[in-house]
Design a protein around this ligand. Structure first.
Ligand SMILES: [Ca+2]
Length: 266
């Protein structure tokens, strides 16, 4: 009996292990679609990328780390930094969004949003941020902010009054560690810290519609390498182009996602 009992315990354990170790694609949840590289563009490999956006043919980029944080305007084709403004040393730069013609750069734990003019990166004010700042994007005139949790909060960019928020879920399960954001054709794309997949989110319900797997773009970057993870998404609504990069990555990649169940262009 003892041996039989042990065998049953082993079988039960093996079944549980098989379920736990099943690949994500075998579980319920949003479909996982592979990103395909369209082009590899140069990127400053020293840039600790925390925010990226495309506007009027250039990238705007926010970089992090205390004493090294910056706001940049970058030539997409060459990666050349066209303009750069260093943040004060007490600020750790985070997400970046263009709202109402101005740049909104989050800080990590400093609870401030730094506003700047895109033309010359000149400071144009500061606003309070009630939470940690992780990622940001602009959607329908709101400044959308992630704070490392599963929440996206929609702020009025005039005074940072919260207009609403949504909890992000995949098959009913919370999706925490939301990071860099980008509004793409009515959806919100979100990096998830330490994950090589980007969540494509319905901003009304918070439901993940699909996962964009970017693992093939830069093999070898793993969750154990948290200072060099995928982080940074930019979108051009005029052409439907999408770019991604990572912290200290030597490239920005233009990608396409065959099979994406949402329109990636206008
Ligand atoms: Ca972005």
């Amino acid at each position: 009996m003892a041996r039989f009992g042990l065998k049953r315990v082993f079988v039960a354990w093996a079944l549980l292990a098989a379920v736990w170790c099943a690949p994500a694609s075998a579980r319920a949840g949003a479909p996982v679609l592979a990103a395909e590289r369209v082009a590899a563009l140069p990127h400053d490999a020293a840039a600790f990328t925390q925010g990226l956006l495309f506007h009027k043919d250039v990238f705007y980029e926010s970089t992090g780390l205390y004493g090294r944080s910056s706001l940049r305007r970058v030539d997409p084709a060459t990666g050349r930094v066209l303009a750069r403004r260093a943040l004060a040393t007490q600020y750790f730069g985070e997400g970046l969004a263009l709202v109402g013609g101005r740049l909104y750069q989050l800080t990590w734990r400093e609870r401030r949003v730094l506003v700047a003019e895109p033309s010359d990166l000149r400071p144009a004010g500061e606003l309070p941020l009630p939470t940690e700042g992780w990622g940001a994007c602009s959607l329908d005139g709101a400044l959308v902010v992630s704070d490392g949790s599963d929440r996206l909060v929609f702020y009025d960019p005039k005074d940072m009054t919260a207009r609403g928020e949504v909890a992000v879920t995949d098959d009913g399960a919370p999706v925490p560690l939301l990071n860099e954001l980008e509004a793409v054709a009515g959806t919100i794309w979100a990096n998830v810290w330490g994950d090589s997949r980007i969540a494509v989110i319905d901003p009304a319900s918070g439901r993940v519609l699909a996962w964009v797997d970017c693992a093939s773009l830069r093999p070898g970057v793993t969750a154990a390498d948290l200072d060099n993870v995928l982080n940074g998404i930019a979108y051009d609504p005029a052409t439907g182009r999408i770019w991604v990069t990572g912290k200290r990555w030597p490239n920005v990649y233009e990608i396409k996602v065959p099979g994406l169940p949402v329109k990636a262009a206008r």
